[in-house]
Design a protein around this ligand. Sequence first.
Ligand SMILES: Nc1ncnc2c1ncn2[C@@H]1O[C@H](COP(=O)(O)OP(=O)(O)OP(=O)(O)O)[C@@H](O)[C@H]1O
Length: 197
Amino acid sequence: MIALDLTEKRFGPTQVLGALRLEVARGEVLGIEGPSGTGKSTLLRILAGVDTRFEGKMQAPSRRAMVFQEPVLMPWRRVIDNLTIPTGASEDEAEHWLCRVGLSGYGAHWPGQLSLGQARRVGLARAFASRPELLILDEPFVSLDAERVDDLLELTARLISETQPAVVLASHAVRELDRLATRRAVLAGRPARLTAL
Ligand SMILES: Nc1ncnc2c1ncn2[C@@H]1O[C@H](COP(=O)(O)OP(=O)(O)OP(=O)(O)O)[C@@H](O)[C@H]1O
């Protein structure tokens, strides 16, 4: 379970996020939509623990994983190491997750040998390999063609349903929100506030 009671988040003189509260229990998927530049990624980075410079209180589980808009793999490490090093998973566990995302046998590949869709799958495998209690998805399917998005959506839905983390998903895509979100909210305004739908 994640609980955030935010007073404000600013970058220097600019207040990006206003007061907002958010709670997500395990098994729930909170889908956040909102205009570009309102602060969705900023909010997600706070929830992920990447940005700790905010006013307010947060109760978050220790095992958190984030899937970014870009897969951000270490290009100088093989795929298998991209799973084991950041997560502490064993090679067997990493192979298991590669297999789950349809990349069985890709462990010895270099990230530069992967298509964007495959790199996204590795990003997803890496997130699940850390056995997250909180999973944060920041536009994880952006710039893939429709068929690939559908495949990845189904896969993500299956893995979430099996592992039951609390999930926060930011997306502009109605299809993704419709398929994954169990609850929806809109982030809008300047400073931005969260309104449940
Ligand atoms: N490190 C930073 N320093 C200063 N301003 C920042 C920083 N990061 C984000 N911002 C500003 O905060 C605002 C919110 O940015 P953010 O990336 O969170 O928006 P977003 O809703 O995720 O946008 P998009 O949907 O386009 O990804 C923007 O005005 C952006 O310019």
